[in-house]
Design a protein around this ligand. Sequence first.
Ligand code: NAD
Length: 509
Amino acid sequence: MSEIIMTNPATGEKLGVKKCWTRKQILDAYKKAREKAESFKNTTIEQRIEEVRKIKRYIVENMEEIAEKISKDLGKIKSEALLMEIFPVLDCISYYEKNAKKILKDKKVRNPISLIGKKSYVFYEPLGVILVIAPWNYPFNLSFIPIISAIIAGNVVIYKPSELATYTGMLIEEILEKSGFEKGVVTVVYGRGGEIGDALIEGKPDKIFLTGSTTTGRIIMEKAAKYLIPVELELGGKDPMIVFEDVNLERATNAAVWGSLLNSGQACVAIERIYVQENVYDDFVKLVVEKVKKLRQGWNGDYDIGSMTSPDQIKIVEDHIKDAVKKGAKILVGGKRKGKSMFFPPTVLVNVNHKMKIMKEETFGPVICIMKFKDEKEAVKLANDTIYGLNASVWSDDIDRAVRIARQIKCGGVAINNALTASANFALPFGGTKQSGMGRYHGPYGLYAFSNIKAVMIEKGKKETEINWYPFGKEKYERFLTTFKSLFSEKTVDKIKGLPAMIKLMRNK
Ligand code: NAD
C-alpha cells in the first residue's frame, strides 16, 4: 500500500505519513455512501443547515489553530489562510443559512393557456453521492465549499484531497469529527489522483466535481464519459488585467501586485497577464517594480508572501521564465530562486509577447508580466488570445468603456477597477469558459449544481381524456390547425377568427 509523506514546503519539516486507500476500500466506501444517501436525502433543509452550522461553529472557535495548520501544509502565510481559505468557507455557510431554504423551495411555474387547469412546479432533489476532487492551492476553501454545497442540496460526499494537501484533508476530516457533524455524510479518501482516480470513478458517483488542472479535467471527463457521469470542472486560468490610461495608477498597481502574487501566484484567478495602455505603460511598470521590491517574503513571521507549495510547479515557473528570456523578455525584479528553496522571489517581466509560454500557458507562480496595448480593439484581442477563460479585470475611469470591454472578454467573471472581486461575492456564479472548465457554483448555482432539477405537472385528474390524446381524425386536425394559427398569429383578426375552434378543442368536442 503506498503512502504520502507530508512536509511543510517552507521549512521542510515532516508533518506525518498517510496511507493511501486501496481500490477495495474506495469501492466499499461508495457502498456505504449509497446507503447513507438513501436516508440523508429525506432530511429537511433546516436539518442539513443545522449540521453544517456545527462546522461553522467549530471553525470560528478554532480559527487560529486551523490557520496555522493550513499554513504549515502549504507554506502560505497565515493571513492568506484566514482571508482566502477560512473566510470564504464561513461566508458560504452563512450565505446558505440565510438563502438555501428559498433556493431549494419547490417553485411554481406559470402555465401557458394551452395547459389551463394544470399546475406546474420545479422540485430540487439530491443527486445522491457526489465525488469532490480538490487541488492543493486553496485546499480548505476548494474542498469545503463544494462539500457544503452538495450536503445542503441533500447529497452525501466522497472527498479526495490533493496528495499535496493531505494534511489539510486530514484537518477537514478532524473538523467534521470534532464538530459533531453527522457521521457517514462525508468520507475522506486519501491517495494520488493518478493511482486511485480510476477506482473513484468506477464507484459511479452521481456527479464529479473537480477543481484542478485542465489536463486532469480532460482525463476525468474522458473516464466519466464511460458511465455518463456528469462532471463539473473548475480548471486552470490565464487571467488578463487590462489597464486604460485614465486610471488611478497607484490603485491599479497595488491591485496588479497583490492580484498577481497572492498565494505566491498559485491561484486559478490570479492575474497572469497585464496589458497597459501605451501612454501610462512606463509609469505603471515603474510603480509595480517599486512595490514588488518592498514585499517581504518568508514564513511564520511578519511577511507578505510565503513559499510555493509544489516542487513541480516551481519547475514550470522556471521553465516559463527561461523560455521568455530566451525569446527577448527582460527581468526587472526577481527571476531566480536560491538553490532548491521553495521560496520563489516575486518577479517582474517586461518585453513579453504571445509567442512566449509565460503569456500563453498557466504559470501559477509569483510572476508579473506586463505588455503594452494601443486601443480597445487590441486590448480585447490580446485578452481573448488564450485557451483559458476564467476571470479578468478591466481598469478605466470610464465605467461605460470598462463594461463594454467586460462584455467582450470570453470568461466566467470580470472585476472592474478591482482584482478578483467577481469571485468575492458568494452570491455571484463562479466558473470558467473555454478550457477553464464547465459548470457554475457559489450562490444559488452551487445548490443547483448538486440537484436533480425536476419538472412536475399536477392535474386533478377528473377529466376522462385530453385534447391531445386519441382519437385524432380529420375534424380534430382542422381545429388544431385553426387554433395554432390563431394562437401564434400577430394579427388580432386571426386571433378572433380562431376562437370558436379553440373553445371546441378545450371542451374536447
Ligand atoms: P491537479 O489537476 O494536478 O490535481 C487536482 C486533483 O485531481 C488532485 O486531488 C489530484 O490528486 C486529482 N487527480 C489528478 N489526476 C487524477 C485522475 N487521473 N483521476 C482522479 N483524480 C485525479 O491540480 P493541482 O495541481 O492540484 O491544482 C492546480 C490547478 O488547479 C491549476 O491548474 C489551477 O488553475 C487549478 N485550479 C482551478 C480552480 C478553479 O476554481 N477554476 C481553483 C483552484 C485551482
